[in-house]
Write a protein that binds this ligand. Structure first.
Ligand SMILES: CC(C)(COP(=O)(O)OP(=O)(O)OC[C@H]1O[C@@H](n2cnc3c(N)ncnc32)[C@H](O)[C@@H]1OP(=O)(O)O)[C@@H](O)C(=O)NCCC(=O)NCCS
Length: 179
């Protein structure tokens, strides 16, 4: 489940499963996202909730993968997180829900695409048949990444989420990739 990737600007990134000790680095990621990134995420993020989630991961239900870089001052930093959410039962265990966030400092360097590909590879290795996700219809960058990876729009979910900063509801696309 571990893999090294090289970004467009030659930065080396390690993809690996997250562990509970990653909490401070993951919190730093979520707590320093820009308004533009937060616009497309179900925040506000609460420190204690994320801590609880990270220390109580049920691996039957969730596979969280982090992207770790070593920055110039030798400081390790988590710059992206992606998850596969599994469901139980014979009618649902063929599919998983995909989610991803890349920190603003590392967006636009190919990391979103590479981490998405890694998650697709992991899903295939587990024998899954379908990956699906929800994204705001306004999240053109995310839609581009998913489309490049082969995800297709399955439908539009009207008033599916709430934009906290704008205090308004927005539509989502549901997208899916068949494996
Ligand atoms: C969406 C996200 C995961 C993408 O990751 P990333 O590392 O920035 O993406 P990449 O650098 O791999 O690729 C970006 C692609 O979007 C394209 N793009 C950038 N801005 C765009 C825009 N406004 N409209 C359309 N495409 C755009 C780029 O050209 C590139 O496509 P290409 O490889 O075909 O040239 C990341 O920006 C992010 O986490 N955003 C905030 C949170 C979020 O939206 N998460 C997803 C929730 S569904």
């Amino acid at each position: 489940m571990e893999k090294y990737a090289i970004l467009k600007d030659d930065t080396e990134v390690l993809f690996r499963p997250s562990i509970s000790h990653d909490f401070e680095m993951v919190w730093e990621l979520f707590s320093t996202l820009s308004e533009e990134s937060l616009r497309f995420l179900p925040h506000p993020f609460i420190r204690e909730e994320i801590k609880h989630m990270m220390t109580n991961i049920n691996h039957e239900e969730l596979l969280p993968i982090v992207a770790v870089v070593e920055e110039s001052d030798s400081r390790r930093r988590i710059v992206a997180v992606a998850t596969l959410g599994f469901q139980q039962g014979v009618a649902r265990r063929h599919r998983a829900e995909f989610d991803i966030v890349v920190h603003d400092d590392y967006q636009g360097r190919g990391l979103g695409a590479m981490l998405t590909q890694h998650m697709i590879d992991l899903a295939r290795e587990r024998g899954l048949r379908k990956l699906y996700l929800k994204t705001s219809t306004q999240n053109l960058r995310a839609i581009q990444v998913y489309d490049n990876m082969g995800f297709r729009i399955e439908g539009r979910l009207v008033m599916e989420h709430y934009h906290h900063s704008r205090q308004e509801f927005g539509d989502d696309f549901r997208m899916a990739l068949f494996l």
